[in-house]
Design a protein around this ligand. Sequence first.
Ligand SMILES: C[S@@+](CC[C@H](N)C(=O)[O-])C[C@H]1O[C@@H](n2cnc3c(N)ncnc32)[C@H](O)[C@@H]1O
Length: 264
Amino acid sequence: MISNDDIAGKVVLDVGCNSGALTLRLASLHRPKWMLGIDLDGHLIRDAARHAQHEYSLVGGPDDEPGYFPDAMVAIHGSTPLPDGWRKDGYLVSSLSEVPNLVDRARKHVRWECDAVGAVLPGTLRFAAADVAKEDLSALEGKFDTILALSVTKWIHLHGRDNGIRDFFHTVYRLLVPGGTFIVEPQPFDSYLKSKLKKFNPPELQFRPDAFPAFLTSLGFDPLADTHPDPTTTARGFETRHVQRWRKRATRSPPPAPARQPRD
Ligand SMILES: C[S@@+](CC[C@H](N)C(=O)[O-])C[C@H]1O[C@@H](n2cnc3c(N)ncnc32)[C@H](O)[C@@H]1O
């Protein structure tokens, strides 16, 4: 559902990365130039950092053969130490303020060699605890080639209401480089109705997921592909999810951000 071209050699943001399972899978499959997973839950971010160190351990570090350190060895002996200069929580950024420098450095210096053995290197992957709806992300504008929002729009919408999800799409637009790719998996409105919390009151929402495409188009995105699973597929889980791919138009100067409206 997500192609190599969306990630390989790109600077990628994964919004709502949870404990990093998908982020890590995509990073190790496709080798981004640099990738950041953010989630509002700091506990999940700490789990993601642990999982990243585990993944790193499986390839044994840059001087060893791929796969020399199997899963069982990590279970018995613990994770391989991260390279010099990296703290034990080297995959974790506590503040987004260091992200612009990290991105700029990665754009200049990160070159994957075809024989590179570290599928997930600490220098190319970070996780941070951040609420995309509340954090000031202005320093990250125009930094990302690809932004992923997988299984997260429903939560942003339920918490932030109609203006909250619109603001989120504006934010994505501003954080992407011109020509950048937005990969979104809008959860269907039916699934909103399953949320038990009374305060969410989904029927009150006016801006439904089937209106997202028209809104994204009006913001300055062009549709790339709306990927639906092949009905004959035997794939399970990740491969069967519906995602839409959008390209930010390559205009010179993006439209200014809308004035933030009060939450409805
Ligand atoms: C269902 S999980 C999706 C995990 C992963 N993206 C995937 O597709 O498998 C949704 C995640 O989004 C996070 N989330 C919800 N609202 C968020 C927000 N405003 N900012 C950052 N993360 C958010 C939640 O904490 C949760 O971990």
